[in-house]
Design a protein around this ligand. Structure first.
Ligand code: SAM
Ligand code: SF4
Length: 336
């Protein structure tokens, strides 16, 4: 299916923000059940509701033609999707020809068998989620995950030449005592580290309030050990980076609760069902799948402009007594 001559209008939302970054959730499924992300018993989408590889690739083509420069594949767990290697290869063909970067966020349980192929397809950098380096604690947070698989995945990533950033959700009373050791370990491994505040997305069957840890507190604690200096380094996402005195690791902070960066948000998200969400924290979306299946790619073109008009000024995340999840959608549906 060929793409009709795309509109040349750049992707600019109603508030003048230039949209250049697309996150694609390629599946809502996952082999783990992280307590802050999913419920223990999740209902996943039937296969026929999920976009095929060809449909995702066509939509990616269209977005790149409209000015998307970076794509991150995520989920759910992207590496549980059977055709993920082919998809990465297919989208990777745009690198250097419209697309500046193709990246992936993964829990790394299956990374050992994918790392080389990702590199061959043009991926140079990945985010790996790791909330604890203690095997029992890791199994607790993920409801059954095996740390040794993640470590094997990280070794494979390094061997393949992929740069790694570790994503760690800061959880009070769960892993707060591991944040400083994680920073030091990342430094020895040549990884960067981003800390994330828990976001109120979807019902997980657990109260997030108990474990919410504002990163303002974490910065104070870390700062007592190593001076932290804000730096201009950016990777296109929401992390704001600090240099750490005496170390080469860069410390990223993702602070949707204590300091949101919505004013210069450049991102939109596509779910594995082909719904375009303009904000992680809002329900407004445009459904591309129905248009694509009924009218082909030409029917999708005008929907991009409709989606742009939906981008809100900011999310409205709140955690605390009486606060409910900002959306019924889990992070694994919209794509983190
Ligand atoms: N399965 C992959 C992984 O875990 O890296 C990719 C998808 S996961 C939804 C993407 C990121 O979202 C992970 O770093 C995860 O820790 C984070 N995440 C999930 N739910 C979250 C929540 N409620 N608040 C903050 N971060 C969350
Ligand atoms: Fe799966 Fe990632 Fe959610 Fe954990 S954070 S349950 S690995 S999608």
């Amino acid at each position: 299916m060929a793409i009709a001559a795309p509109s040349s209008a750049p992707l600019v939302d109603g508030l003048g923000r230039r949209i250049s970054y697309l996150r694609i959730s390629v599946t809502d499924r996952c082999d783990l059940r992280c307590r802050y992300c999913m419920a223990e018993r999740m209902q996943f989408l039937p296969k026929d509701q999920v976009l095929t590889l060809e449909e995702i690739a066509l939509l990616a083509d269209l977005f790149i033609a409209r000015g998307i420069r970076r794509i991150r594949l995520t989920g759910g767990e992207p590496l549980v999707r059977r055709d993920i290697g082919d998809l990465v290869h297919r989208i990777g063909r745009h690198l250097g020809g419209g697309l500046d970067e193709l990246t992936l966020t993964t829990n790394a349980t299956r990374l050992d068998s994918h790392a080389e192929r990702l590199f061959d397809a043009g991926v140079r950098r990945i985010n790996v989620s790791l909330d604890s380096r203690d095997p029992d604690r890791f199994a607790h947070v993920t409801r059954g995950g095996r740390l040794d698989q993640v470590m094997a995945g990280l070794d494979a990533a390094r061997a393949a030449g992929l740069a790694v950033k570790i994503n760690m959700v800061a959880l009070k009373g769960v892993n707060d005592d591991e944040i400083l050791p994680m920073l030091r370990w990342c430094d020895t491994q040549g990884f960067d580290l981003s800390l994330i505040e828990t976001m109120p997305l979807g019902d997980t069957g657990e109260d997030r309030t108990d474990h919410y840890l504002p990163l303002t507190q974490v910065v104070d604690t870390l700062g007592a050990h190593h001076a932290l200096t804000p730096i201009a380094h950016r990777t296109g996402g929401p992390s704001r980076y600090h240099a750490v005195e005496g170390m080469r690791v860069r410390l990223g902070l993702i602070t949707p609760l204590t300091n949101n960066f919505c004013a210069d948000c450049n991102r939109i998200r596509m779910t594995c069902e082909g719904k375009i969400f303009m904000c992680l924290g809002h329900e407004d979306h445009v459904d591309f799948k129905a248009a694509l299946r009924e009218g082909g790619i030409d029917a999708v073109q005008p929907l991009i402009d409709r989606a742009l008009r939906l981008k809100p000024a900011a999310h409205d995340f709140r955690i605390g007594a009486g606060a409910r999840a900002a959306t019924a959608r889990h992070m694994s549906v919209t794509g983190g």
